[in-house]
Ligand binder design. Structure first.
Ligand SMILES: [Zn+2]
Length: 148
């Protein structure tokens, strides 16, 4: 078993960032939905562990059947360390801002393609709806960002 996470990350009283979490794992490979790597909770060399970014925590799933508790324990982590609210206030804020920025970027892309389609006169009804929604979403997200 590895050392307690609090000793490895003295600046974090609890919780772990996705980056630090991935650094604890072996054979990490990025795929379209997240990361695949070797599961720390069982023997074997294949990349059976799936890691992804959830809304409130780092999500893990071992296709060989290891439980969430077995996985976190084998890494010297507490089960709650994968939840972002276990992070320090600064880290949590950073996560929330990153998450909102990604959503703003998505809205910007929809608005950009909507503008282009409108200028060329090729916009469809669905695209127009999506475009209007993206403008509303963007304003809400910007307000949400200011409140963090
Ligand atoms: Zn496993």
């Amino acid at each position: 078993m590895r050392a307690n996470v609090n000793n490895q990350y003295p600046d974090e009283p609890g919780g772990i960032t996705l980056e630090a979490f991935l650094n604890l794992l072996d054979k990490v490979r990025k795929d379209s939905k997240g990361w695949r790597c070797k599961c720390p909770a069982h023997e074997g060399n294949s990349q059976t562990l799936k890691v992804s970014c959830g809304g409130d925590r780092i999500m893990v799933h071992c296709f060989a059947g290891c439980s969430y508790h077995e996985i976190t324990a084998s890494m010297g982590l507490r089960p709650r360390d994968l939840f972002y609210d276990a992070l320090t206030d600064d880290r949590r804020r950073e996560y929330q801002l990153n998450h909102i920025d990604k959503r703003i970027q998505t809205a910007n892309n929809i608005i950009y393609f909507g503008d282009t389609a409108m200028q060329s006169g090729t916009i469809t009804d669905d695209q127009r709806k999506e475009y209007s929604q993206a403008i509303v979403d963007k304003h809400l997200l910007i307000d949400e960002r200011k409140a963090i």
